[in-house]
Ligand binder design. Structure first.
Ligand SMILES: Nc1ncnc2c1ncn2[C@@H]1O[C@H](COP(=O)(O)OP(=O)(O)O)[C@@H](O)[C@H]1O
Ligand SMILES: [Mg+2]
Length: 201
């Protein structure tokens, strides 16, 4: 596959959605064919699964299975075809979020998640993952000012501390793939941090 698979991660309120448009414009300015998408979602069935995941109190393992079901559909219909034609795929959340939210946050066994990852993705991994990192209290403050919390955003602070720690641990273990953004900074400073990322220069 000749395209570029770029994922954007971070806890709720970190600034992912705010900067995806900037990343898209930057890649387009470099002449790339860009596909912006999100998980769970990105397909008709995936968006329906997202609605279910966000609307109902469900068992954590059920939740993980639904996330991976949406992911398979997304990979087959959107991500892999785009990468095969050489496009840049920019995805708001991917499997790191499953390890962080369903694994560290909700307590689903990491070994099971790793098996599902292999089953659904085989060897496909993002080429680059931009992690928006900031203290949980600041992220909560930002999203509380912005919108009514969804089922995840309504979780306790300790849940997001576990999610954040898991993201940072995964980034530390895979420094070649991750780029960490200090998301506590101002919008202008974050643009400067993004501009310094090799793939976006
Ligand atoms: N660097 C920043 N400084 C101040 N506010 C920000 C910053 N980044 C994002 N925000 C605001 O915080 C809120 C949550 O950002 P959002 O992009 O929706 O986060 P996410 O998609 O990661 O949940 C939005 O209202 C956004 O305008
Ligand atoms: Mg968002």
């Amino acid at each position: 596959m000749s395209g570029l698979f770029l994922t954007v991660e971070g806890i709720d309120g970190a600034g992912k959605s705010s900067f995806i448009g900037w990343i898209e414009r930057r890649l387009r300015a470099k002449g790339a064919d860009v596909v912006v998408t999100r998980e769970p979602g990105g397909t008709a069935v995936g968006e329906e699964l997202r609605r279910l995941i966000l609307s109902f109190e469900i068992d954590p393992v059920t939740e993980a299975l639904l996330v991976f079901a949406a992911r398979k559909e997304h990979l087959v219909r959107v991500v892999v075809p785009a990468l095969e034609r050489g496009a840049c795929v920019v995805c708001d959340r991917f499997t790191d979020a499953t390890f962080a939210y369903q694994g560290a946050g909700r307590g689903v066994d990491t070994g099971w998640l790793a098996q599902l990852e292999i089953w659904v993705q085989a060897k496909l991994q993002p080429d680059c993952t931009i992690l928006f990192d900031l203290p949980v209290a600041l992220a909560r403050h930002r999203s509380a000012a912005a919108r009514i919390p969804d089922r995840f955003e309504a979780q306790q602070e300790a849940f997001f501390e576990r999610v954040r720690e898991c993201y940072l641990l995964r980034a530390a273990r895979d420094p070649g793939r991750f780029r960490i953004i200090d998301a506590a900074q101002s919008m202008t400073q974050i643009e400067a941090q993004l501009e310094a990322i090799d793939l976006l220069r």
